[in-house]
Design a protein around this ligand. Structure first.
Ligand code: PEP
Length: 253
């Protein structure tokens, strides 16, 4: 909301083979011949399908993002993908620090800081994820938890324009569970994220940086979420795999 462009970003995770990825991209382009003013859309397919999806999205209003990146420029890092490789596809956004990467692949806050710096230097917008597990939510220390993640992940970055960075608040207990945080819960933490962004980057930049909510966002709750003053869109998992659902979220945002 406010003067910020709403961003609806789809995280396909490890789903779809090549033909399915191409079909989903085509269905989405068909369902979204145009995107409402003030809204931006992107999809983040698996790395192996970035090129074929890029061809399908060519000339459409749907932008392309990656799900992960490595921070080193090149060399002996078997299985990894550099910023320059993503840029050459071309990719405009890249999710970093998703809770699945942090939990299953042991990625640290320090890794996120290096990834964010490399992406920004290379002209790709990081979608930096943060969020608390259920036990932290229940203990009541979730704001402190998220603020610490944002500080560790984003301090020291060379951000000169607010469009260079996106943050996604994703409470882990709401991811893939069907259990959405209420719009008020989302606002509370997204507002706290904006405050810590102001500490790090200054109030003016922080006012322009998009802060998304993620966690079981769907057509039925997107309007209520983005109506909140500090919720500037959504990072969408499950619902981004169904073209009609994802398109309908874009229209309702
Ligand atoms: C996610 O993992 O980024 C996500 C928001 O997933 P879902 O929408 O399926 O909860």
């Amino acid at each position: 909301p406010s003067n910020r462009t709403t961003l609806i970003a789809g995280n396909w995770k490890m789903n779809n083979d090549r033909e399915e990825a191409k079909a989903l991209a085509s269905a989405l382009v068909e369902a979204l011949p145009e995107v409402p003013a003030g809204v931006e859309v992107c999809v983040c397919p698996p790395t192996i399908d970035l090129c074929c999806v890029s061809h399908k999205l060519d000339g459409s209003a749907v932008k392309l993002g990656a799900q992960n990146v490595y921070f080193e420029a090149k060399g002996a890092y078997t299985g990894e993908t550099s910023v320059a490789m993503l840029k050459s596809v071309p990719v405009q956004y890249c999710i970093i620090g998703h809770s699945e990467r942090r939990d299953y692949f042991h990625e640290t806050d320090e890794d996120q800081n290096k990834k964010a710096a490399a992406l920004i230097a290379g002209g790709i917008v990081p979608i930096f994820c943060c969020g608390e597990p259920l036990e932290v939510r229940e203990a009541g220390t979730y704001v402190e938890h998220v603020v610490a993640q944002v500080k560790a992940g984003l301090t020291g970055l060379q951000v000169t324009d607010p469009s260079q960075l996106v943050v996604a608040y994703e409470p882990i207990w709401a991811i893939g569970t069907g259990k959405t945080a209420t719009a008020d819960d989302a606002q509370e933490v997204c507002g706290a994220v904006r405050e810590v962004l102001a500490e790090i980057f200054g109030a003016e930049l922080a006012d322009g940086i998009r802060v998304l909510y993620g966690g079981s966002a769907k057509p039925g709750n997107i309007a209520e979420l983005v109506a909140k003053p500090d919720v500037d869109g959504a990072l969408v998992g499950g619902a981004s795999l169904v073209a009609e659902d994802f398109a309908s979220m874009v229209v309702k945002a």
